[in-house]
Design a protein around this ligand. Structure first.
Ligand code: SF4
Length: 263
């Protein structure tokens, strides 16, 4: 094993500022093979990534965490993406059902500390259980989302999952996202048309008013609007020089030291 740091990725990240999401997805598949998966919560940016995986034929599986309290529309979107785009969507589950968790720990999501625990148990832990099967995860964060995501790089070290997080849509503006969705008639979660700008569990997500921040509907009962579930490294408080351990030859390939693959 060898260390890969965020600083090691500076040159590659600069190059990827000028690449299309599809080029970045092909790079990910070429470098990581079967050890890369996408993560989607079935929101519109995730649908765009799913559509790009479908149209570029990169055969990257999509991981979806069913917290047990997702909206039915979210589950239906997952099923449509799988059947109509032919995607391999892998559904992951928390250890306890929501009923079992509530019986054991009470209603966690009603307090700030409880929300962190609930999101960790129901969203992060299911992913952690499969983390050693992968070296990289494709996400759908965009800088246009603002907040902690406003500076998210295309390639980001994820110390918690000991993996590389790849954000092919990092530079996608709101206009580009909408244009792609309409231009390709992408399957999107119907809740977006009902005022949900972002979508999580049905216990903690509400629609937003037109003049509210996009994330105002998430954990509205906890406020202010800076709460995240902890799945994405951009949303966590990371150290200044995060690093992960990966096989040395894989790091050589990531950094282009031993590959003739040109992007
Ligand atoms: S969004 Fe709410 S219900 Fe879902 S895992 Fe987080 S705290 Fe629990």
């Amino acid at each position: 094993m060898a260390r890969l740091t965020q600083a090691d990725l500076v040159d590659l990240n600069q190059a990827f500022e000028h690449r299309t999401p599809q080029e970045i997805l092909r790079w990910a598949k070429d470098i990581f093979g079967t050890r890369v998966a996408a993560i989607s919560a079935m929101q519109e940016a995730g649908s765009v990534v799913c559509h790009m995986i479908h149209t570029t034929s990169v055969d990257i599986p999509v991981l979806f965490v069913d917290t047990g309290v997702n909206f039915q529309e979210t589950l239906d979107t997952r099923d449509r993406l799988a059947s109509e785009y032919g995607l391999r969507i892998v559904t992951l589950y928390p250890e306890l059902t929501m009923e079992e968790q509530t019986a054991k720990h009470g209603i966690l999501y009603l307090s700030v500390e409880g929300q962190k625990e609930c999101c960790h148990k129901r969203k992060v832990e299911p992913l952690m259980k499969v983390a050693d099967q992968y070296d990289a995860f494709v996400g759908s964060l965009r800088r246009a989302e603002g907040g902690k995501r406003a500076i998210c790089p295309v390639l980001q070290i994820d110390t918690e999952m000991n993996s590389l997080r790849i954000n092919p849509l990092a530079l996608f503006t709101d206009e580009q996202l909408e244009s792609y969705i309409h231009g390709h008639d992408v399957i999107v979660n119907p809740l977006h048309k009902q005022g949900f700008s972002t979508i999580g569990c049905n216990r903690c997500t509400t629609p937003v008013m037109p003049n509210e921040p996009k994330r105002a509907g998430r954990w509205r009962h906890l406020g202010p609007w800076s709460v995240y579930c902890g799945i994405n490294p951009s949303d966590r408080d990371q150290t200044n020089s995060p690093a992960i351990d990966l096989p040395e030859d894989l790091i050589d390939r990531i950094l282009g030291r031993k590959t003739d693959f040109v992007i």
